[in-house]
Design a binder for this molecule. Structure first.
Ligand code: FAD
Ligand code: UDP
Length: 374
């Protein structure tokens, strides 16, 4: 095997958002990169595939949202975004509620009309539950929205999603969801929101224009060969794997996606429907065409099943409990003293990052990298 030492300035492991932003920015600064990915496509988890004129979100519903104008302008410089606003509905044993928790939800559940009435109802339920300083997801949820919403819209969904009782989960997971005392079904509070017209893959294609990409290559299967390919590595895979699991394995939640084409134009009337009861095995059904207001004759739906993760499966969600956070710190201490490896993205930093946060983190990393190195 011919080792082409120092052929590239960067070897980038992972053609997801972090790796692609980094490669793009490095190219702008005259640096060369080789991007490798073990999957058969670019884009990582934001990958969309065009099937029968419908852009299918292969790894679950992806809605871009941010408060940061710079990041919004950045993504819009690659593609145009539509005006999609995420307004999922919850299906609890056939009862339909609006999400996130807002006056529409409270009205349907309790018949209350004014914000004052809703607040009173929640305060009473919180008081009856005896919660003062919430210590876990269950207590946090009850203190935010009361026991009725917790039982119907949170408990079942959360326990399916995470495979453990809500009392054993950190409270910050539920703080991601807005609670609003207005009649507003927008799932996000951010100023900017939308879906790239033509799908997310287009953004990644643009970012990687003119950059060498090798697909279906697992870094760990030819580690020595690839390490010789560049001066520096940008690593966006699993940090524990990078260190040969020497302190033990970090845990994740995985997902299985089950897609189906239906010869009807409209299956569920919304892009995302959450199934919040404990018994339905999937957490949500996505109907992809609604992300782009499609009027195709057929439709494609995907059921999303949460599952335990074991080696070989896709690691989707880091589990940021105490045990895993401590373990991550040990790996991070090793990573912090690496001179020629940059760790970035959801897996290498073991963080629950949304797309805008990954892009911001990559741009910050780029700034740091090129401050003394232009
Ligand atoms: P990834 O996309 O995971 O990319 C890492 C890449 O590295 C992968 O392509 C992987 O194959 C490759 N790789 C790993 N190890 C190796 C190896 N050993 N060798 C070669 N290649 C390797 N964000 C939002 O903003 N809005 C949403 O609505 C939203 N919904 C989501 C829904 C789901 C179900 C999930 C799982 C995530 C969602 N996200 C959402 C988050 C979003 O997917 C991430 O922020 C983003 O994809 C992270 O990019 P990344 O580059 O860090 O990681
Ligand atoms: N959640 C819930 N019911 C819902 C939607 C979300 O209880 O109908 C909780 C659940 O614990 C989930 C968390 O809120 O893990 C964050 O939801 P989000 O939609 O942000 O999850 P993601 O899209 O990242 O999977």
């Amino acid at each position: 095997m011919v080792v082409n030492k120092e052929k590239y300035d960067y070897l980038i492991v992972g053609a997801g958002l972090f790796g692609s932003v980094f490669a793009h920015e490095a190219k702008k600064r005259g640096k060369t990169s080789l991007v490798i990915d073990k999957r058969e496509h670019i884009g990582g988890n934001v990958y969309t595939e065009n099937v029968d004129e419908i852009n299918v979100h292969k790894y679950g519903a992806h809605i871009f949202h941010t408060n940061n104008k710079e990041i919004w302008d950045y993504v819009n410089s690659f593609v145009e975004f539509n005006r999609y606003t995420n307004s999922p509905v919850a299906n609890y044993n056939g009862e339909i509620y609006n999400l996130p928790f807002n006056m529409n939800t409270f009205n349907k559940l309790w018949g209350v009309i004014t914000p004052g009435e809703a607040k009173e109802k929640i305060a009473l339920q919180k008081k009856n539950a005896g919660i003062e300083n919430p210590k876990n997801l269950e207590e946090q949820a009850i203190s935010l929205v009361g026991t009725d919403i917790y039982e119907k819209l949170i408990k079942g969904y959360t326990e399916k999603q995470w495979g453990r009782p809500a009392t054993e989960l950190p409270d910050f997971i539920i703080k991601r969801l807005p609670v609003r005392f207005t009649y507003d079904n927008n799932y996000f509070n951010d100023k900017y929101q939308g879906i790239p017209v033509g799908g997310y893959t287009k953004i990644i294609e643009k970012m990687l224009e003119g950059i060498e990409v090798e697909l279906e290559v697992d870094f760990f299967e030819q580690r020595e060969f690839y390490e010789e390919k560049a001066e520096k590595i940008v690593f966006t895979g699993m940090i524990d794997e990078f260190y040969n699991f020497q302190f033990g394995e970090l845990e994740y939640r995985s997902l299985t996606f089950n897609s189906e084409k239906l010869n009807i134009p409209n299956y569920q009337g919304n892009a995302v429907v959450n199934y919040t009861d404990r018994e339905t095995p999937y957490t949500r059904i996505i109907e992809h065409k609604h992300f782009e207001f499609g009027n195709q004759e057929a439709t494609i739906i995907t059921r999303e099943y949460p599952s335990e993760w074991s080696k070989g499966q896709e690691p989707y969600y880091p589990i940021n409990d105490d045990k895993n956070s401590l373990l991550y710190k040990k790996y991070k201490a090793l990573a912090d003293v690496e001179k020629n490896v940059v760790f970035g993205g959801r897996l290498a930093t073991y963080k629950y990052y949304d797309m805008h946060q990954v892009i911001a983190a990559a741009l910050t990393q780029v700034e740091k990298e090129f401050k003394n190195n232009v």
